[in-house]
Design a protein around this ligand. Structure first.
Ligand code: SF4
Length: 336
């Protein structure tokens, strides 16, 4: 039995923050005389990082102090869409590196809130899905003394406190902020638990969860009743992508993760798609859409009569290109 119908989630794939960050790297790689360095994966997708790395004009590092050891590195470092802590910014300055800050403006907004509430003496309960996620590290870094990490519902441990038991120094001066890419439903429930325990908890009026996260989750919910199974194209370290996978499984009963169309072979060998006539497909905010089209093409080769249905609206949001910031002081690049 072959797949007869594909429902493509819309929106899916690149969000405005990812487009801005990738373009910042591409333009810098062309403009700068020497190769540029990106601190952390610019976005959480293996294919994007591989494609940017081709040709040797872009390097990726997890530690600024390793840049000097690269044989041909220039002095320009680009901060990824997930944001960085002030400590990383300081280190870049101390090393005399020029910086391009490709942090998504929606992440920057959460950083601004963290600084504001910390200045006013609040304790910040920062809801995240991993203490190791780059965005959580960056936001926490804005106010490390004032921030307590709380796991989104069902995700505790490894540095994340349980919302049912977390202790705070002053329940009257408490605010909740969140990672931008969590499950909308689980985040709402987590905030409810905290609000019940701490009635004075301040919940900022504007949602920290970003528009792209919400829209991609809504698109999955819309399609789910019409499909037998879902395919979600995402890298495992994409938070928004893995939340889509969980949601797709909860809503449709069966969902499988693909990095690229090459992973379909294993699914088919395992019989995972046996009996599937109607298939939903979505992708993380950092997954290039040609990877989705490759998957569709695969099923079209198996069934030339395949029906592809794409309902919903694309987003019409763009973020401004970041500027290059030269070091404020002409420090020698000492790499101490
Ligand atoms: Fe920005 Fe949201 Fe995209 Fe993350 S998923 S880069 S917060 S728009």
């Amino acid at each position: 039995m072959t797949v007869e119908r594909i429902h493509l989630a819309k929106p899916r794939g690149f969000c405005a923050g990812v487009v801005m960050a990738i373009q910042a790297v591409e333009k810098a790689a062309v403009r700068e005389e020497k190769p540029v360095t990106v601190y952390h994966s610019i976005v959480h997708n293996h294919t994007v990082v591989e494609r940017l790395s081709e040709g040797g004009r872009v390097h990726f590092v997890e530690d600024l102090d390793t840049i000097e050891a690269l044989p041909d590195s220039g002095d320009t470092v680009i901060f990824s869409a997930h944001g960085i802590s002030p400590a990383v910014r300081e280190r870049a300055r101390a090393l005399g590196l020029s910086t391009i800050d490709a942090t998504c403006p929606l992440v920057t907004k959460v950083h601004t809130e963290a600084k504001k509430y910390a200045r006013e003496g609040y304790t910040i309960l920062l809801i995240g899905d991993s203490a190791k996620h780059q965005e959580v590290i960056g936001t926490r870094g804005e106010a490390p003394e004032n921030t307590i990490l709380v796991g989104v519902l069902g995700k505790t441990g490894a540095g994340l406190h349980d919302p049912h038991t977390v202790e705070v120094p002053d329940p009257e001066r408490l605010v909740v902020l969140t990672q931008t890419t969590l499950s909308v439903d689980d985040t709402r429930k987590t905030i409810e638990i905290l609000k019940n325990r701490f009635p004075a908890l301040v919940v900022p009026p504007s949602e920290d969860l970003c528009y792209a996260t919400k829209n991609r989750q809504d698109a999955v919910k819309n399609i789910a009743p019409q499909v037998d199974a879902f395919l979600v194209l995402t890298s495992t370290h994409s938070s928004n992508g893995m939340r889509l996978l969980e949601l797709a499984e909860a809503e449709a009963g069966r969902a499988y993760r693909l990095e690229t169309a090459a992973d379909l072979q294993a699914l088919e060998q395992n019989g995972d798609l046996d009996g599937v006539r109607s298939l939903g497909i979505t992708s993380a905010a950092s997954t290039p859409d040609d990877l989705v089209q490759d998957v569709v093409a695969h099923f079209r080769r198996l069934n030339p009569e395949l029906q592809v249905i794409e309902e919903g609206e694309w987003e019409n949001i763009e973020f401004r290109e970041p500027k290059k910031i030269l070091p404020t002081q002409a420090l020698p690049r000492t790499m101490q």
